[in-house]
Design a protein around this ligand. Structure first.
Ligand SMILES: NC(=O)c1ccc[n+]([C@@H]2O[C@H](COP(=O)([O-])OP(=O)(O)OC[C@H]3O[C@@H](n4cnc5c(N)ncnc54)[C@H](OP(=O)(O)O)[C@@H]3O)[C@@H](O)[C@H]2O)c1
Length: 362
């Protein structure tokens, strides 16, 4: 069986690079020869059992070891039911947990073509953050998609707007004509400032002005606020942002679930998008459809991944700023520690597989 190198992440965030079989596609899978892999906070959190348990309750083991969710590369093989991809295509894939390796598995509903004007690096910044932002706005808050832009003016507050999920929320909200956008960021606020449209009431606020001044500014711009997307999601943000929401018909999107959600007043609806849930069977009682079929989440991501190719090609959507760490797969441990310690401010960490010592000439 052909083999490849794959990174395993351990609870203390040290890594090993091990041999593993090159994955074989299921019917709906695309196997990708990875050129660039991208890191997300869940990669270190899932490797750290204590954090994983906090987020996921009674979990007894880490979620996974080869954590990488985002990668870009060339199609290597396709499953029997895959229609739109062929060997050699340039693609970006959000995947369940196979991205810190030479080859990964891109499910057809979360794989997209990369247009020629976009590099593998820019593409690798999109997957999980883009998808979570789309889920928050269009699945949980039920805004109309960017192909049917809203005609209703309703303020949207995005906290942590310079984070990857926050910035994609701002970008998608602007494309869907959701305004005014009240974007709250810190030193990386320039990531979203050019997207905001002051003529439509959008503003950028700096969270470092302090919570009282922030509340005052928000109330000025949005005296009646019904929608918050919180990319930071902790006790402080819930306590600061929930009093700004109207008592009727308000929703609060938590990008990160956890005990802080219990602080949300009962009159506000809590919404928690969870992109990795796209691969789990749906709750039969949910509006997403019967158990096992998982049709609605798949349809959702098919639509949004196809839209991503279009929007990147047309220059409507840009990736997130990034930093390429020097040694490919061998730098993943440093990337995890950097994310855990909040060193990545305003950047995605990326890893070029060919930069891995010993793999460059393959
Ligand atoms: N639900 C899901 O499926 C899902 C998917 C992806 C991510 N997440 C979660 O969502 C959260 C954000 O992930 P991400 O990838 O978007 O993060 P990220 O890009 O790593 O976020 C980094 C940014 O967060 C900002 N920040 C840090 N502390 C802040 C604070 N106290 N107030 C305001 N901004 C602060 C910083 O902004 P400045 O530099 O401007 O200060 C920094 O640039 C993480 O907890 C992650 O685990 C969940």
């Amino acid at each position: 069986m052909a083999s490849m190198k794959e990174v395993f992440i351990y609870p203390d965030l040290h890594i090993t690079i091990d041999d593993a079989p090159i994955p074989v596609p299921g019917d709906n899978d695309i196997i990708v020869k990875i050129v660039v892999a991208g890191a997300n906070p869940i990669d270190w959190k899932a490797a750290d059992e204590k954090v994983a348990q906090l987020i996921h309750g009674d979990l007894k083991a880490p979620l996974h070891r080869n954590a990488g969710k985002d990668f870009a590369g060339y199609v290597h093989a396709v499953g029997s039911k895959v229609l739109n991809f062929k060997v050699g295509d340039r693609v970006i894939a959000l995947n369940h947990s196979s991205g810190f390796a030479e080859y990964g598995v891109g499910p057809a509903h979360t794989t997209a073509h990369i247009p020629d004007n976009v590099t593998f690096e820019e593409a690798a910044t999109t997957g999980l953050a883009y998808t979570t932002a789309a889920l928050g706005l269009f699945k949980h808050l039920r805004f109309k998609g960017p192909w049917a832009p809203s005609k209703v003016k309703t303020p949207l507050l995005v906290y942590g707007a310079s984070s990857a999920t926050g910035a994609f929320t701002v970008k998608l909200a602007a494309l869907a004509n959701i305004h005014p956008i009240i974007a709250i960021a810190g030193k990386s606020g320039d990531i979203v400032s050019s997207i905001l449209e002051p003529s439509k009431g959008d503003i950028l606020l700096d969270y470092r002005i302090g919570k009282d001044a922030l509340a005052q500014e928000v109330r000025k711009s949005a005296p009646e606020l019904h929608y918050v997307v919180d990319s930071i999601s902790n006790n402080d943000t819930v306590d600061m942002l929930s009093p700004l929401l109207a008592r009727e018909e308000s929703s609060y999107v938590f990008m990160l679930g956890g005990p802080h959600q219990e602080r949300l007043p009962a009159y506000i609806k809590a919404e928690t998008p969870f992109a990795p849930g796209l691969w789990e069977p749906t709750d039969p009682a949910s509006p997403d459809g019967p158990e096992g079929l998982n049709i609605a989440p798949k349809a959702f991501t098919h639509a949004f991944f196809s839209y991503m190719t279009f929007a990147l090609q047309e220059g409507l959507l840009k990736g997130h700023p990034y930093e390429v760490l020097p040694n490919g797969l061998a730098s993943i441990g440093d990337g995890m520690v950097g994310l855990r310690d909040g060193k990545n401010s305003g950047n995605k960490y990326l890893f070029r597989i060919a930069d891995t010592p010993g793999l460059g000439s393959k």
